[in-house]
Design a protein around this ligand. Structure first.
Ligand code: MV4
Length: 449
C-alpha cells in the first residue's frame, strides 16, 4: 500500500506527479527550495516542506533533507520525477533503509544500467542487437587503436559512466585516436569521477528512437510504442513524436520485442525507456536504458491512452498491469519543448517574470507547464517552461495542429524558442519525416535566421 507520496522534484514534472496522485486519491507532499516558494507545485500539493536554499546541491539533491521531509509528513513513498535524484541508486537504498517505497526500479538494476558498458554487456547476453565494439572498457589509446583497426573508422569513444553525450568522442581516423581518447577519458573523469571508456563503430546519421515500457512486480512487460527523439541540439531534445516516421510495422514490432527482452534480462520493474540508434536501413542497436519517467513521456500517453505516471505508482505499490504485451499506437502525437532560451543568441538561457501567459487549448492539445502570469523564473534550475503536446489522427494533421497551438501560445516576459519549434515543424525534411540526429545542424540556416 501507498498512503502518502512525497514528490522529490519541482516544476512541470512535480505538477504532473501531483495530478496522478490526486486522481488516485493519494495525498501528496511537495518539497521546495527557498527560490521556489511561489512555484505551482507548492500551490497544488496537499502539503509542503521547505528543504533548503535555491542551489540544487543544498535542496533538491540533498538526500537527508528529502528523507526528513518524507518522515515528518508521514509519507510512505517517494516519486523522484526526472533529473535530480531519479537515477541515483544510493538514494534508492536510503529510501529503502527508511521504509520508504521508491517509485521506480530497484537500486541494483539502476546501478547496472547506469554503467553504459555493463548495460551493453547485459544486452549482448540477452541477444539484443548492439553496435559492434569493445567487450567492456578499453585501457588506453593503443588498445583502442588496435580495436578500431578491426572495426574500421570512424569509431566512437564513450564514457562507461556517461550518457547524454558527455565523455563521448567521434574518431574519424587513426591519426586522431591518441588525442581524442585522452580527451574522452579526462572529460569522463571530470564529469563522473570515472574515466573508464569503451569503443564502438560509429553509426552515420543515426536516428534516436526509444521504446517506453512499464513492468510490474510479476515481471510482465507492457510496451507503449516508440518515440522518435532525433530532433536534438547538443543532446537536448527539442521535439519528440510517436510513432516514429522512420519505422514500418515490422521494425516497430521488433523494437518492442527487443525492449521487452531487455527488461526481462535485467529484472527491471516500473517505467523505463530503452534507447536505440536506428540507421537509414532501419537496423537498430541498443544504446542505453533510462530508468526513470522521461520529459517526453506524454507523447506515448497520447497515442496509447495509458497514464504512465499513474501506472508507475500502481506498480510501485504492487498492483499488476491491466494488460501486457504491446499496445498498437493510435493516431499521432508531437511534443514541443518550450524553453526560456534565445536561439538568436547561441541559445542562452534567460529568466524573468511572466507578464502574459495564454496557453493554447481545443481538441487534441495538452500543455504540461508550471507557468502562470506573474511567476518569476528562478535562476537556479533548467530552462524548460512548458511542454506542448498535440494529438491528431495522422502525422500531417498533428503537425498542422502543432502549428496552430504554437500560434495560440502566448508567453511574455522571457525569450523562448517558440519560433524555432514552428520553423522545425515547417522544415521540408521534418514534414517528410526524413530527419536524423543531424537535422538541426543540417538545417541551421533555415531554423535560426
Ligand atoms: C553513437 C552515435 C553513433 N554511433 N554511437 C549520443 C548520446 C549517447 N547516448 C549516444 N550518442 C550517440 N552514440 C555510435 N556507435 C551517435 C550518437 C549521437 C546521438 C545519438 C542520439 C541522439 C543524438 C545524437 C547526436 C549526436 C551523436
Amino acid at each position: 500500500m501507498i498512503s502518502k507520496i512525497l514528490i522529490a522534484n519541482r516544476g512541470e514534472v512535480a505538477l504532473r506527479v501531483i495530478r496522478a496522485c490526486h486522481e488516485l486519491d493519494i495525498p501528496c507532499v511537495a518539497v521546495y527550495s527557498e527560490a521556489d516558494v511561489d512555484s505551482m507545485h507548492v500551490i497544488e500539493a496537499d502539503e509542503k516542506v521547505c528543504i533548503g536554499p535555491g542551489p540544487v546541491s543544498e535542496s533538491y539533491l540533498k538526500i537527508p533533507n528529502i528523507i526528513g521531509a518524507a518522515q515528518i509528513t508521514g509519507c510512505d513513498a517517494i516519486h523522484p520525477g526526472y533529473g535530480f535524484l531519479a537515477e541515483n541508486p544510493d538514494f534508492v537504498l536510503t529510501c529503502e533503509d527508511n521504509d520508504l517505497i521508491f517509485i521506480g526500479p530497484g537500486a541494483g538494476v539502476m546501478r547496472r544500467m547506469g554503467d553504459k558498458s555493463l548495460a551493453k554487456q547485459a544486452m549482448i547476453q540477452a541477444r539484443i542487437p548492439v553496435v559492434p565494439g569493445s567487450r567492456g572498457t578499453v585501457a588506453d589509446a593503443a588498445a583502442a587503436a588496435k580495436l578500431a583497426a578491426e572495426y574500421g573508422y570512424p569509431v566512437m569513444i564513450k564514457a562507461s559512466a556517461g550518457g547524454g553525450g558527455r565523455g563521448m568522442r567521434l574518431v574519424p581516423s587513426p591519426e586522431e585516436m591518441g588525442n581524442l581518447f585522452n580527451m574522452a577519458c579526462s572529460e569522463a573523469e571530470t564529469a563522473f569521477g570515472d574515466g573508464a571508456v569503451y569503443l564502438e563503430k560509429a553509426i552515420a546519421g543515426p536516428h534516436h528512437v526509444e521504446v517506453q515500457v512499464l513492468v510490474d512486480r510479476a515481471g510482465s512487460v507492457l510496451a507503449l510504442g516508440e518515440r522518435d527523439c532525433s530532433v536534438q541540439r547538443r543532446h537536448q531534445k527539442l521535439i519528440e513524436e510517436s510513432p516514429s516516421p522512420l519505422l514500418d510495422l515490422e521494425t516497430r514490432k521488433k523494437l518492442a520485442e527487443a525492449a521487452a527482452a531487455a527488461c526481462r534480462a535485467c529484472g527491471y520493474v516500473n517505467a523505463g525507456t530503452i534507447e536505440f540508434l536506428v540507421d537509414d536501413e532501419r537496423n537498430f542497436y541498443f544504446m542505453e536504458m533510462n530508468t526513470r519517467v522521461q520529459v517526453e513521456h506524454p507523447v506515448s500517453e497520447m497515442v496509447t491512452g495509458v497514464d504512465i505516471v499513474r501506472e508507475q505508482i500502481r506498480v510501485a505499490r504492487g498492483d499488476l498491469l491491466p494488460m501486457t504485451g504491446a499496445i498498437q499506437p493510435r493516431g499521432h502525437a508531437i511534443e514541443m519543448r518550450i524553453n526560456a532560451e534565445d536561439p538568436a543568441n547561441d541559445f542562452r538561457p534567460n529568466t524573468g517574470t511572466i507578464s502574459r501567459y495564454i496557453p493554447p487549448g481545443g481538441p487534441g492539445v495538452r500543455v504540461d507547464s508550471h507557468l502562470y502570469e506573474g511567476y518569476t523564473i528562478p535562476v537556479f534550475y533548467d530552462s524548460l517552461l512548458a511542454k506542448l503536446i498535440v494529438w491528431d489522427s495522422d502525422r500531417p494533421a498533428a503537425i498542422r495542429r502543432a502549428l496552430r497551438a504554437l500560434d495560440e501560445f502566448v508567453i511574455e516576459g522571457v525569450t523562448t524558442n517558440k519560433e524555432l519549434c514552428a520553423r522545425i515543424l515547417e522544415a521540408p525534411a521534418f514534414r517528410k519525416g526524413e530527419y536524423s540526429t543531424a537535422f538541426i545542424e543540417e538545417n541551421a540556416a533555415l531554423l535560426v535566421p
